[in-house]
Design a binder for this molecule. Structure first.
Ligand code: HEM
Length: 427
């Protein structure tokens, strides 16, 4: 978003650098005096929390690799060695394992926030699309990482997921061998999974850079979903207002995270992953980590393997079409009395699919999984396009200043940005 930066270098080195590589000026412009809508709520703090968790995963991961042994005969023990013998290894390993779960908790809140407030709508489609790619990469990183401890669930998850590719006609078998590096999950698979698990987070970091860049071109959405038309009155500098708000939210979130790490560090893990991988013994129920369960439910709800894989992929990639499937003129669900119900029913659908993904695919569980799978897609392909035309939205305030300050200071209401800036402040 174009705005004047108030950056003035005060030291000789600062002035020298400013004329050659103005990194401090860019940081100041983007993260200190960046105009941010004054009405952002706590739902807008999860982007910062996600950035923190990405950094935490990379830092703890780099340390773990120093002690981890990527060999089918030693991987399991090496993780045990980290937990028992390496100084603070228990902490670093648990921060990394639970960090993945908290990363997903934060990303699901972040995505649902975007869906509720219509943050994917024009002009923010690119932020959203980059976000969907980040999400897919996060899933890849989490899956690859889960295989590394080489427990029973690691091994069998790798076997089940790589075998999904055999559903592809003609080339499926070749893709499977290429992925596994052989005719079954084994040493070559472990080597390549470690290599890729180390690589993917850096690709995510590059995408996050683009994501935030795209965000700073068009500026933040806000709970009202109306554009900021007089940034000087309707916005606040990012620092100190939002650095403080983001910081506070991060501390609260980290307290929950610390509780998990220090008191129930294995709660989210599966007991079978405390048994070393054994290719000769298949666990009774192969279940993925909790964050994959809704998609796993969709995969198993379909009686045909190929279609199961296709629909599971479609359930993720349909998010890319969201900006065009939602035909409503109004961004924020706050002003959509009917859609509000559909939105919460969609959230319920995803939770229900998550629950069903953990259950055996039989009897009532299977029928319910089929019902919610159908609804999942109806939400995108029927509810969103149709409701945009049929629903009569509630009146939307003409500007943020009208809703927040009780006075319309936007140029559209007759005031120029200068007049708005000069007007007395109301709080
Ligand atoms: C590593 C993962 C991610 C990081 C670090 C990240 C970071 C951020 C940050 C810092 C912001 C601005 C602050 C905020 O709105 O909370 C943001 C905004 C946004 N993100 Fe993400 N994000 C991630 C994943 C995603 C995903 C998976 C999606 C969607 C599929 C997404 C969609 C959006 C959208 C639409 C906005 C604009 C929000 C608005 O202004 O209303 N992000 N992201």
């Amino acid at each position: 978003m174009q705005h004047e930066s108030s950056y003035t270098p005060t030291t000789g080195i600062g002035r020298w650098l400013d004329q050659r590589l103005p990194i401090p000026r860019v940081i100041h412009g983007q993260f200190v005096d960046f105009p941010t809508p004054r009405n952002l709520n706590y739902m807008w703090t999860f982007g910062g929390i996600l950035t923190f968790f990405l950094a935490l995963q990379i830092i703890t991961g780099v340390v773990l690799v120093m002690h981890y042994v990527p060999h089918v005969d030693h991987a399991f023990e090496s993780v045990e060695h980290i937990r028992r013998n390496v100084n603070y290894g228990w902490l670093i390993q648990k921060l990394h394992a639970n960090g993945a779960s908290f990363f997903f908790i934060a990303v699901y809140i972040h995505i649902l926030r975007g869906m509720y407030y219509g943050s994917y709508k024009a002009p923010r489609e690119m932020i959203w699309i980059l976000g969907v790619f980040i999400y897919v990469l996060m899933m890849a990183a989490a899956f690859l990482g889960y295989v590394l401890p080489w427990g029973q669930m690691s091994f069998w998850a790798a076997t089940v997921i790589t075998n999904l590719f055999t559903a592809i006609p003609y080339v499926g078998e070749s893709i499977l061998q290429w992925l596994q590096g052989g005719y079954s999950v084994g040493q070559p698979t472990l080597n390549r999974f470690l290599s890729l698990h180390y690589l993917v987070p850096f690709i995510i970091a590059a995408f996050v850079f683009l994501h935030i860049w795209a965000l700073h071109v068009v500026g933040n959405n806000n709970p009202l979903g109306v554009d900021m038309r007089a940034p000087k009155k309707e916005g606040l500098p990012f620092h100190p207002y939002y650095t403080m708000k983001d910081g506070f939210a991060m501390v609260v979130f980290l307290i929950l995270f610390a509780w998990m790490v220090f008191y129930v560090p294995d709660y989210l893990g599966h007991s079978d992953n405390f048994i070393p991988a054994n290719p000769l013994v298949t666990p009774p129920h192969i279940v993925p980590e909790w964050y994959f369960l809704p998609f796993y439910a969709i995969l198993r709800a379909i009686p045909d393997k190929l279609w199961g894989v296709v629909l599971m992929g479609a359930a993720i990639f349909v998010l890319l079409l969201l900006p065009w499937l939602d035909t409503s003129r109004v961004r924020s669900t706050r002003f959509r009395p009917v859609y509000k119900w559909f939105f919460w029913f969609f959230v319920f659908t995803v939770l229900a699919l998550g629950y069903l993904g953990a259950k055996p695919p039989e009897g009532i569980y299977l029928y319910l999984a089929r019902f919610f799978t159908v609804y999942y897609f109806l939400h995108f392909f029927l509810v969103l396009p149709l409701l945009g035309f049929l629903e009569k939205p509630d009146p939307v305030p003409p500007s943020i200043s009208r809703a927040v300050l009780g006075e319309d200071l936007s140029p559209a209401a007759g005031g120029t940005p200068e007049a708005a800036a000069a007007a007395p402040e109301k709080r």
